[in-house]
Design a protein. Structure first.
Length: 219
């Protein structure tokens, strides 16, 4: 797909944000006309946005009917979170193999990304950048690409985890704790904190981690 027009980009962000904050609920049918009216634009950029959101896994398109907000089942959520745990654990293992200096360097970068977020959207964007930077530090482009694809699905499953100020503050504190463990060169502590962070995300999203069958510890 080519570069989106500014209006199509705005439509994309609008629909995605309303899916993530629950305004557009799972299983809800959206129409191009509905979104076009909300934004005061023509249907063409909305159609472009719908196609992109289908590619990202947010929508399923039905010709002449509209776009269905794709529900995420607990089973799919389990797969998503286990895959995320696997990719980020790989990154930590790779960094640990390079020595304490590599851990400290990445930890300093991640700590610098832990500023306060004013809104859930800012928190989601900051979280994506934080975890993407951790995975990218491993230097494996295939793993980095897999993580980027996974994150779209991850956002839908965990949107409720950043629904309010308390959730955002907890998320930021967990990011900072993980970054500090890396700055200390303590890979085992960082891996334990990663596992706890994923468990905390599940709790804030209203999901029992035991139901998702996550391992007791990483590595």
């Amino acid at each position: 797909m080519g570069h989106a027009t500014p209006t199509a980009e705005r439509a994309y962000e609008h629909v995605k944000d309303l899916i993530l904050d629950g305004t557009y609920g799972s299983g809800e049918l959206l129409t191009e006309g509905q979104v076009a009216t909300e934004l005061g634009v023509s249907r063409t950029p909305v159609r472009e946005a719908f196609l992109r959101l289908r590619s990202d896994g947010f929508l399923e398109l039905y010709p002449k009917r509209g776009a269905l907000v794709v529900p995420v089942s607990v089973g799919e959520g389990r797969d998503i979170m286990q895959a995320r745990l696997l990719l980020e654990s790989f990154a930590l293992d790779t960094l640990a193999a390079r020595g304490h200096e590599a851990l400290r360097r990445v930890g300093a970068d991640l700590a610098a990304r832990c500023g306060p977020a004013a809104t859930p959207r800012e928190a989601r964007d900051a979280g994506r950048a934080y975890h993407a930077a951790l995975v990218a530090a491993a230097g494996n482009r295939t793993v980095t690409g897999l993580f980027a694809t996974l994150w779209h699905q991850h956002q839908r499953f965990t949107a409720a985890a950043l629904a309010g100020r308390q959730e955002v503050a907890e998320d930021t504190a967990e990011h900072l704790a993980l970054a500090r463990a890396l700055q200390d060169g303590d890979a085992p502590a960082a891996k334990e904190l990663l596992h706890r962070h994923i468990g905390s995300i599940l709790r804030r999203a209203g999901v029992d981690g035991t139901e998702l069958d996550l391992p007791d510890r990483v590595g």
